[in-house]
Design a protein around this ligand. Sequence first.
Ligand SMILES: [Zn+2]
Length: 445
Amino acid sequence: MKITRGYKTELDPTVKQQILLSQCAGVARYAYNYGLARKKEVYATTGKRISAIDLQKELTAHKHTDLPWLKKVSKWIYQNALRDLDQAFDSFFRRLGERKAGKKHQSLGFPTFKKKSEGIGSFRLDKPIYVFEDSIQLPKLGTIRLKEHSYIPTSEVKVLSATISERAGRWYVAVLVEEHVPEPVSALRAPLGVDLGITSLAVCSDGRPPIKSPKALNASLKCLKRAQRHLSRCKKGSNNREKARHRVAKLHARIANIREDALHKATSSIAHAPLTKEERSTLQTSLTSLLPEAKTKPEQKKVKKQVKKVLHRATEANAPRRPQVICLEDLNVEGMKHNRKLARAISDVGMGEFRRQMKYKSAWNGEHLIFADRFFPSSKQCHACGWKWEDMQLSDRIFLCQNPACSLHQVPQDRDSNASQNLEKLAKEESSALKNIVNGELHRT
Ligand SMILES: [Zn+2]
């Protein structure tokens, strides 16, 4: 199976390289803003759209006359910035068409000018890009060291592009590669329902403990408030204000990192079939007893790495234990954010990102991902008998079935676990439908 996959990791540039990278990001921003201004101007005078290729020709002409600094950087930077602008316009017109057809959109997202005060930004480079174990070679930038070694694959992949970005004073590279992965082993485990929530990130229907949400923003809210208050009281243009701004940016980056880490771990544990805690610990102890005793720190590091590798392989061998069908809720996240009391907590979970990760991880693992209808009453319905609690509130954490004929009559059930059971039912229906299709095809042949 051929897939395209991004590998994002931190760069370790020298001071000179950092200045160069900032300049490149500046060129990308300049080209984007130049293109946007020209597009507006051309549309106002002629009523036509000017394409990225024409804009690129204009910039190349300027390069030899009044914008000589464009020669210092790779041509990919402004070419890709202009392509991104075209993409932004395409998305805008797509949403415009959808709104005319009756679909609701919060905003149409007309492209806006990029400001340096909103961040240094990013830029994208195409070939030739060479990846080594501890460094990456980029056009007109030379070799930049990587902080994490041998994460980006160096062999048997085709490198498509590299995007370099900055966040809170750190530089990152995201390398997009095309790679061949073995066809996924067919998953055999029972269908799984997953309920997303605020109290716990996800509750699965197979009885495993709920996946906890780190509530990253909530935990750092006090710190963040204090830092933001300090920033707002600093004199504009002063050095101290710059320092305060950096402190706020660093806090935001830390919160985002914690959230991202938790989301990746959660989606991976659902899409893969990791070893259970007991299996893992027994394997770990038996492995460490096999290896020679590590005395120095580098030795300990080596042992840890080896154990991790074997554990990862064990998870791969577990592949048939993956669930065949996974059912998620189709939540209206944007709509839920209108509830002012809940908006912050919902944004803190990152449900949209959870969905995105589940989509590609289930595809890579040969699982079938389905979404329950937006109006499917997963929380309000008893999973045993289907009795509906019509006026159930968001604050009701315990579900009580009032149907006297039901086996769970007046038995307290956890709200989220009941919802996940309901979603599992949907997944089971889908799974039997899939089997019927497969059987039908078998009969025909
Ligand atoms: Zn019931």
